[in-house]
Design a protein around this ligand. Structure first.
Ligand code: GLV
Ligand code: MG
Length: 287
């Protein structure tokens, strides 16, 4: 898997030491991950390692062994089941010490915080602001469903017994916090790896809110994710049109008007900002 991941069109790869690794294999996994980071070709991808959460006994050794062994080839450490600002501060301080010892720029290695417990969601704001290293807030639906006692066994699926989207609140709270902090909001995994339609439907919901992306667990999910988190071509084209029209009308040549008409649509500075979001996502996706 570590070898195969290097050739796939994903924006980020995270090597896992947490829940996909059996307790008896935790130690060997650290060495595998260090070797993969140092010897693999990860060009163009954000390189991340997910360590074990701080209720276990593995976390500190995970961080020390991975960052000492492969810190030069690592962009972020992912902290799963982040529960409090204190946990993030702990990781920040440990990273600072290791960076100093290794002679790295202090603060270069970022932190991605996974929100996947009731306590983590309660404290998401403090977690997001706990360190300048925070780059991403991630929703972890599987652990979160277990944490709040949601009686479902299918991650991310809507329930026939609930009239609405049971994940709307958590997704929106994470998104709002990430935007307030100015960092990325990322949706978590969809475990039914052969159910492409289910993946697409779940991804479409967080993409519609404004999430930046979603985990993929299998190569078969990558194409759908890349498509769904990019704007539709027609929306991208329209966004560029709004930006051009607004730029012209607010220039001296265009008459320095504030609100202007574009066809039947009145556009103003707020329209420009909305268009900028869609155009930015489209340009990033190469539309
Ligand atoms: C991911 O870690 C999840 O629990 O959904
Ligand atoms: Mg989890």
């Amino acid at each position: 898997m570590l070898g195969k991941a290097q050739g796939l069109p994903a924006d980020q790869v995270f090597c896992d030491l947490e829940d996909s690794v059996a307790p008896g294999a935790k130690q060997a996994a650290r060495a595998n991950v260090v070797a993969a980071l140092n010897e693999g070709d990860w060009t163009g991808r954000t390189r991340v390692v997910r360590v074990n959460d701080l209720t276990t006994r593995w976390t500190y050794r995970d961080v020390i062994e991975v960052v000492e062994g492969a810190g030069a080839n690592l962009d972020c450490v992912m902290l799963p089941k982040a529960q409090s600002a204190a946990q993030v501060a702990w990781l920040d301080l440990l990273l600072t010490q290791i960076e100093k010892v290794l002679g790295f720029e202090v603060g270069r290695i970022g932190i991605e915080a996974q929100i996947e417990t009731a306590l983590g969601l309660s404290n998401v704001r403090e977690i997001a602001f706990a360190s300048p290293r925070i780059e991403t807030i991630i929703f972890g639906p599987a652990d979160f469903m277990a944490s709040i006692n949601m009686p479902s066994l299918t991650v991310g699926a809507l329930s026939p017994d609930y009239p609405g989207d049971p994940f709307h609140y958590v997704l929106f709270k994470i998104l709002e916090t990430a935007r307030a902090r100015g960092v990325q909001a990322i949706d978590g995994p969809f475990l039914q790896i052969r159910d492409t339609e289910g993946f697409r439907a779940t991804a479409a919901r967080s993409a519609a809110l404004g999430f930046d992306g979603k985990w993929v667990l299998h190569p078969g999910q990558i194409e759908a994710a890349n498509e769904i988190y990019a704007p539709r071509q027609a929306d991208y084209d329209h966004a560029e049109l709004i930006m051009d029209a607004y730029a012209w009308h607010t220039s001296a040549e265009g008459g320095l008007t504030g609100a202007v008409m574009l066809g039947d649509e009145m556009i103003d500075e707020a329209s420009r900002k909305m268009a900028e979001v869609v155009a930015g996502k489209g340009r990033a996706a190469g539309l």
